[in-house]
Design a protein around this ligand. Sequence first.
Ligand code: DAH
Length: 342
Amino acid sequence: MREEIEQLRTFFLKELQETGTSLELEQLKVKYLGKKGSVQALLQGLKGASPEERPQIGKWVNSLKEEIEAHCVNTLARLQRAEMFAAFEKEWIDPTLPGRRPWVGRAHPLTQMLHRVVEILVGMGFSVRLGPDVETDYYNFEGLNFPPDHPARDMQDTFYLGEGLLLRTHTSNVQVRVMEREKPPLRVVAPGRAFRNEDVSSRSHIFFHQVEGFSLDRNLTCVDLLATLRTFLHRFLGEECKMRVRPSYFPFVEPGMEIDMECRRCAGKGCRLCKESGWLEVLGAGMIHPNVLKNCGVDPEVFSGYAWGMGIERLAMLHYDISDIRLFTENDMRFLEQFSGV
Ligand code: DAH
């Protein structure tokens, strides 16, 4: 019996030496001291011993049990300490490292531009109205005095959706929709998307943004139009910005005109941006055609109106000196991040 006990001690000590983790140690403890463990098995062997031997054997087994317990307690403490330090080593952080800068999102440059334009016009007494992207031929063309054979209705320019519907080719549709419903005096600004079935290039895209503005009242004249646009362009581009007016044609205005602003890059001297002319075309405008007023149930003998429309991509490209319109829709963070603001 004595030998068996000694042998068990030797086995235990050997296994203890091979134990590398606290988990293994717990398992070792169960193996020797658990209810079905080796020490318990030794006690079972007591039954076969004579009554005289029993107390002595009991003592030996108990002292082995105590010895194993003590070993387990000490070794567990040592292993746990080592494991704690290993974890510290692994999870170590350097509090002196610079913090990670939180990434702050911002509005798309076109949205920023649109907000600025609308904000200025709202400050001038215009209120915002929106119209649908999917429109009928009437509001996009016919109501705006487009003759039935006008080239802008051509399949190449307009996305027709069938069932008399199309994607609006400009935001001028809002003119007809609002004048039909609302009574003058009106001062309206209508930002939104427009679509054209064109080849995508650095200068043109199949969809883009426009801001339409118009006013309807008694006695409005070209002077009101020009004063409004001048105030707007000065607030938008700076007081020193010069503008010029060229006659032009749009079916829904008479007279029609285009407004240019002086090229700021070359201060009007002529450069690549302004194609050596010193001027950049920024918007189309005019006095609302009497036919359009009639279409909306407005008497052209009593009321007159002015209107203008401008492309936001174009304004942004001129303002930020962006050479390719496609950059706006590519979602390249290196491009987008250059436009701070809200
Ligand atoms: N709708 C025109 C376009 O998309 C722009 C325009 C020109 C709007 C003259 C107007 C205007 O309101 O009077 O090219």
